[in-house]
Write a protein that binds this ligand. Structure first.
Ligand code: FNR
Length: 186
């Protein structure tokens, strides 16, 4: 039987009806039983400021760092804002990367899915995020790349896929991530 893996799921949108959150939830439903999805909130993290990153650092930073450090892997599902990563997600990355030498991201296998109503599926955000994760020494799933476009038509009112094609792609992606995590088991 496969080992169980805890996946920290980080969604780059705070919006109630976020199509990225719907996508992350859909991935969770398709994931193999040994992949445990834990959605991590990032909307309450104060903006990173090195001056207050002391023993008395803000409680939400401490909570966030602890929960990510306990995960076996990290899944990012994010919109694109102005051809890059939303500020709230970049802030979460920065918070997790400090204090210097204590990054919670290091060596954790990761995967990125970008989701947009537009045609290019958040390609810019996906690769800007990839740039940060390379620096943070996270082995990032290479294939399949996941730039999900036309996303407003992807789900019905219950959050279920409208087409088999979309569902099959999500299945392929999450299965590849499961296999990727196993490769990097520590
Ligand atoms: C966007 N949107 C957007 N879409 C895109 O494909 N490329 C982009 O550069 C941008 N830029 C952008 C900036 C800002 C500030 C907002 C609010 C939106 C549109 C975006 O893809 C759309 O609002 C998605 O629905 C956001 O994802 P969630 O919140 O539905 O998960």
């Amino acid at each position: 039987m496969s080992k169980n893996y805890k996946i920290a799921v980080i969604v780059g949108s705070l919006r109630e009806e976020s199509v990225n959150r719907k996508s992350a939830k859909a991935l969770g439903r398709l994931a193999a039983d040994n992949l445990e999805f834990n959605f991590i909130e990032i909307g309450d993290l104060p903006l990173y400021n090195e001056d207050i990153d002391t023993a008395d650092a803000p409680a939400p930073w401490k909570r966030f760092r602890k929960i990510v450090s306990q995960a076996d892997a990290v899944l990012f599902v994010t919109p694109e804002y102005n051809r890059s990563v939303p500020g709230v997600l970049k802030n979460a990355i920065d918070v997790g990367s400090r204090p210097y030498g204590q990054s919670v991201w290091e060596k954790k296998p990761a995967a990125i899915m970008s989701v947009s109503p537009g045609n290019i599926g958040g390609f810019g955000a996906n690769h800007h995020l990839r740039q940060s994760l390379v620096f943070l020494d996270m082995p990032i799933l290479q294939q399949p790349e996941a730039y999900v476009g036309g996303a407003y038509d992807m789900f019905d009112e219950k959050g279920e896929f409208q087409t088999d094609r979309s569902r099959d792609f999500f299945q392929k992606f999450i299965d590849a991530f499961g296999a990727w995590i196993e490769r990097f088991e520590q």
